[in-house]
Design a protein around this ligand. Structure first.
Ligand SMILES: Cc1cc2nc3c(=O)[nH]c(=O)nc-3n(C[C@H](O)[C@H](O)[C@H](O)COP(=O)(O)OP(=O)(O)OC[C@H]3O[C@@H](n4cnc5c(N)ncnc54)[C@H](O)[C@@H]3O)c2cc1C
Ligand code: SF4
Length: 327
């Protein structure tokens, strides 16, 4: 690990000021991703600004049944919060499918959103990687790419976005609240993460020094008809090979509309808008099969990850069948 110093911040403005004062500074929350990357020399911040003492650890009900989640709410606390359990079960399921209980006790909402890819070449500084060192090349495209993305990749990067929580938040149309030197703003969840294109090192729309302060979940009275399904190499402590978050608005046994987001297959939490447009009518294997075909229509396989196309389709069909009450 390179040498670094730690600064303590007690409020958001002081934290933002501290990060802006020294180029290369980073916020640190639970540290479960950043510290690993520092140990591997992938990240080498000169200054860490500790934000754990900021008052951003509340889950609050918003008017009209929405919920605001502070950026420092731990993944475990969020999963077991009564408001989430009752109103957004898909988020609870996604959170509890991630990592391990110990990690979820440390991992924060803001840190989870900004966690970096698990592409093995990104983690190993002896390999070229455009995301880590722009212009150096992508080792995964011609390498062992079993875990890499089949949706949203480019000739420069095919790294999978690793989060489970973000997939549920994308399906729920959450908003990310940001505070920075120029003030506050809210970014729709699906606009926050960027596709790699020819600048894979640029992963989000976050401006220098901006802090995630909260995530807002909109009111969603039908979110109870939802499901998160994750498929992985072992039952726990493993990232998704494919996952699906689905939310159905149903009346009298008919689907009025639905939302779908996929994980483990995209370069960002992947909202399947075209597939959603098909979700109308009585739940059936045929309807869900058609949605799954549409969701994976643009998938592009590499040498070792072609199996993900069929796996993602089956995962989505199963999640829809569970949410729609036919499984
Ligand atoms: C062994 C292992 C298995 C895992 N398995 C899974 C899994 O199955 N599914 C899954 O979804 N995740 C998994 N994770 C990832 C884990 O969820 C993340 O490491 C965690 O959510 C990161 O949160 P943190 O608070 O520890 O972030 P940190 O490590 O503290 O920070 C991560 C990044 O976010 C930035 N940051 C943090 N908070 C803010 C903020 N409020 N505003 C601006 N920037 C901020 C930091 O500067 C840093 O760049 C796993 C991790 C490990 C180590
Ligand atoms: S897929 Fe992206 S993260 Fe992985 S080696 Fe290629 S450029 Fe790096």
């Amino acid at each position: 690990m390179e040498p670094f110093t730690i600064q303590q911040a007690t409020d958001a403005s002081a934290a933002i000021q501290a990060v802006n004062a020294t180029p290369g500074s980073k916020y640190i929350a639970g540290g479960t991703n950043l510290v690993d990357l520092m140990k591997m020399y992938v990240e080498t911040p000169a200054v860490l600004v500790n934000i754990n003492n900021l008052q951003l650890n509340q889950v609050e009900a918003l008017p009209h049944s929405g919920v605001r989640i502070g950026a420092l709410v731990r993944n475990s606390d969020l999963a077991y919060h009564p408001l989430i359990e009752k109103r957004y079960p898909v988020l609870l399921q996604a959170l509890l499918s991630g990592a391990s209980p110990q990690l979820r006790n440390m991992a924060t909402t803001g840190g989870n959103i900004l966690q970096r890819t698990r592409c093995p070449y990104f983690f190993d500084v002896s390999f070229p990687c455009n995301k880590r060192t722009p212009g150096s090349g992508c080792s995964a495209i011609k390498g062992y790419n079993r875990s890499n993305a089949i949706l949203g990749g480019s000739d420069h990067c095919i790294a999978t976005h690793p989060s489970d929580m973000c997939v549920a938040m994308a399906a729920l149309d959450a908003g990310i609240r940001l505070k920075g030197p120029d003030g506050e703003r809210v970014v729709p969840f699906t606009d926050f993460h960027l596709l790699p294109g020819d600048t894979p090192e640029k992963e989000t729309v976050l401006k220098p020094g901006e802090l995630i302060t909260a995530v807002d979940l909109p009111p969603l009275h039908h979110a109870a008809k939802s499901h998160y399904l994750k498929v992985r190499d072992r039952a726990s402590y493993e990232f998704a090979l494919a996952s699906a978050a689905v939310v159905l608005d149903m009346e009298d046994g008919q689907i009025r509309s639905g939302r779908i987001a996929l994980g483990g297959v995209g370069t960002k939490p992947w909202r399947a808008v075209k597939a959603e447009s098909l979700l109308k009518g009585r739940p059936s294997e045929e309807l869900f099969g058609a949605a799954a075909l549409a969701a994976l229509e643009d998938a592009k396989a590499q040498t070792y990850n072609g199996f993900k196309i069929e796996l993602a389709k089956r995962t989505l069909i199963r999640a829809l069948a569970i949410a729609g009450g036919i499984a």
